[in-house]
Design a protein around this ligand. Structure first.
Ligand code: NAD
Ligand code: IPM
Ligand code: MN
Length: 354
């Protein structure tokens, strides 16, 4: 029996609704496998915890998390209660950094049974590899003047080590896929960091002669993803560009509520963290109508990373079976509740697992 210790942080808003749905699916695949056991440990770290304790997690929160095999997280943020920069930097971003989850892998593909908002799209299937530890997400900078002359500076930080690492990951991934890597750039407008990003991309790409590599400006890339997403295989992007591209990826699939993500510590020195692309969706939280697919597909990414790709395929297949049968939540134009959608996927996991 392989037993895994998983830290579960449901977080805020719909995170608390979709995480239980995904855990049921993970329990189902463990049942089917027979030799796999999950030990869940729940951590109530969220904005309510912050209001009670004045911090998003205890002092020893990170060292506690580091003892687990993986982290499974819903979403963080209740901007009405706690400013986002406090809740996110106190929990989500902090875990990504301190557990050195420097690669964020975010697939987008046209699922069977789903209509994209794009008109008659050709089937598309691409993965955004997002640099997850630096770039535009930096704490360097601050207020220079106040009052009428108020002026703040935000410095982007790009290191060769992390930039090259994300790019190498992208080329290695492309070698298992369709051997194409597009780098999201803006070297026509950003003077220092993006020309550097392009140079590192060329240098890293030179070691992968079998891959087609090209740079595309981020503004044009957004347009291409709407007009012809089928042309893309692997896209490597900085932290902020990758963030934006992956909500777009979710949208062209049909909803950001289905988009999965994995924050990887590729060295496996510390746990990786699996949390979908979407946030806590305060506008629909508490109504029981959130789409659980983003969180369940994220569970598939955890299974893949942990060496159970056949179970991961089973989960994604069940998601597609369910969508093909017309079981859809409101964001996809249907009427299913979170519970109905999750139960349907669960039943189809068992059907496929027979
Ligand atoms: P959001 O992703 O929470 O919501 C954007 C829109 O998508 C909303 O209309 C929402 O209802 C819809 N949506 C999102 N997930 C859905 C789902 N599973 N099913 C159906 N509809 C879904 O983005 P936001 O509104 O910009 O952010 C809300 C809060 O979440 C903020 O505090 C933000 O910082 C935080 N956030 C957290 C994470 C994370 O923890 N990983 C990610 C993104 C945003
Ligand atoms: C995401 C989110 C986070 C990010 C925020 C909430 C800090 O948007 O995971 O996509 O920008 O990384
Ligand atoms: Mn985002």
């Amino acid at each position: 029996m392989n037993a895994y210790n998983i830290a579960v942080i449901p977080g805020d808003g719909i995170g608390k609704e979709v995480v239980p749905a995904a855990l049921r699916c993970l329990e189902a695949v463990a049942d089917i496998h027979g030799g796999l056991k999950w030990n869940w440990t729940f951590f109530p770290w969220n904005c309510e915890y912050y209001l009670q304790h004045g911090e998003m997690m205890p002092e020893d929160g990170i060292s506690t998390l580091k003892q687990f095999d993986q982290i499974f997280l819903g979403a963080v943020g209740m901007p009405e209660l706690v400013p986002d920069h406090i809740s996110l930097w106190g929990l989500l971003v902090r875990i990504r950094r301190e557990c050195e989850q420097s690669i964020n892998v975010r697939p987008a593909k046209l699922l069977r049974g789903l209509d994209s908002p794009l008109r008659n799209p050709e089937p598309f299937d691409f993965v955004v590899v997002r640099e997850n530890s630096e770039g535009e997400y930096s704490q360097a900078g601050g207020a220079i003047h106040s009052g009428e002359d108020e002026l703040v500076v935000q410095n982007a930080i790009f290191t060769r080590r992390q930039t090259a690492k994300a790019m190498k990951y992208a080329f290695e991934l492309a070698a298992e896929r369709r051997q194409s890597v597009v780098s999201a750039t803006k070297s026509n407008g950003i003077v220092h960091s993006m020309p550097f990003w392009d140079r590192v991309f060329e240098e890293v790409g030179a070691a992968y002669p079998d891959a087609a590599a090209r740079s595309v400006h981020i503004d044009a890339l957004c347009a291409y993803l709407v007009m012809r997403p089928q042309q893309f295989d692997v896209i490597v992007a900085s932290n902020l560009f990758g963030d934006i591209l992956t909500d777009l990826g979710g949208a062209i699939m049909g909803s950001i509520g289905i988009a999965p993500a994995a924050n990887l510590n590729v060295e496996r020195k510390y746990p990786s963290m699996f949390e979908p692309v979407h946030g806590s969706a305060p506008d629909i939280a508490g109504k029981g109508i959130a789409n659980p697919i983003g969180q369940i597909w994220t569970a598939k990414q955890m299974l893949d990373f942990m060496g159970y790709p056949e179970l991961g395929e089973l989960v994604l297949g069940a998601i597609e079976d369910s969508l093909s049968a017309g079981v859809k939540t409101g964001d996809l134009g249907g009427t299913a509740t979170t519970e109905e959608a999750a139960s349907d996927i669960l039943a189809r996991i068992y059907q496929r697992g027979k």
